[in-house]
Ligand binder design. Sequence first.
Ligand code: PYC
Length: 331
Amino acid sequence: MSGACPALPARLRVVDSHTLGEPTRVVVDPVATAWLTGSGSVHQQRDAFGRDHDAIRRALVADPRGVDAMVGVILVPPADPRCRFGAIYFNRVGFLDMCGHATIGLAVTLGHLGWITPGRFGLETPAGVVAVTWHGADSASFENVPARRTARGVHLRCDDGREVRGDIATSGLWFFITSDHGETVEPAAIPRLAARGWAIRRALAAAGHTGDAGAVIDHVVLLGPPADPGNDGRNFVLCPDGAFDRSPCGTGTSALVGCLHEDGRLAEGVTWRQESILGGVYEAAVRREAGAIVPTVRGRAWITGESLLSFAGDDPYRLGLPPLSPQGTVP
Ligand code: PYC
C-alpha cells in the first residue's frame, strides 16, 4: 500500500488556493528541487519527473491529502529565456500540458508569498510559453498558447443512443466542445452532464478521434445559455480525472473563444464572459498574431491554506489512496 518513495520527505510545504471554486496546490518547498532529474525544456523536465517520481504526483493531490478536482503545480527552472518560472501541472490521474485555473491560482499564490509584484511574467509550460499577469490581490490573467480548432461539426454516435455534433479544439489541452448534448447546463444536472461527457469520450475514442500526434481528447465542454444575462455563456467541463471543473476551465474557455472568433461570433479585443456550471466567471478575449488566435483569460483565485503536508513512513496511504473508481479511464 504505502510503497517506497525515498524522494518524498516526511514534511512538505504547499500553498492551496481555489480559482472560482477549482482547487490548486502549489509546492513551495525547496525540497522539490531534488525531484527534478531532467533538464532542458519544461516539457522534458515534466517527462523526467513522471518517469522518476510519478508516485509523488498522487501523494500530493489524490485522497486523503488532496480534494476532488485538485490540480498540483511544481515550479521548475524554465529553459526559455523569456520566462521567469516553469510549471508542471498534474492531477490524480496524470499530467496536464497546461492548466488555466491553476495558472491563475499560481499567480495569486506567488503574489501572496511575495515572490512576485503586480505585473507580467513569462511562464514556460509543457504546452509552450504563457504570459501571466498578476493584477494584485485575487486577480490574475494569462495570455495562453494559441487556440486552434482541428475539426468542426464532428458527428458522434454515443453508446447511450444520443448523437452529438461538436468541434475538436485545443489551447494547451484537447477539448470536444458541443452545444448539441441534450442536457440543461445547471448544477442539478451535474450527474447527467458527467454521464454525457463520458459517453462522448467513449465515442471519440471508438471513432479514433485524437488531437495532434494521437493526443487523447480528454476534456469535454458542454455549452449552454448563461444563468446571468450579463454573461455570454455557461459550461460544464468534464476533466480527465472524472471531476467537473468548478471554474469555467481556463484552457477550455481559451479553445472556445478561438472557435467563436473563427465562426465570426467574437471580434478581436471584445470580452466574452464565460460562466461555469457553478456561476463563476472568466473574462476572455482573443487577438490575432501572425495568423494565430491568441486567447487571454482573466479570473480570480483565493488562498485556502498554507500547509505542511505530513507523509509518515508507516502511513499505509503515504502515497495516496489507490484509484477507487474507473474515473479517468475510457472503458
Ligand atoms: O482551467 O484549464 C483549466 C483546467 C483544466 C483542467 C482543470 N482546469
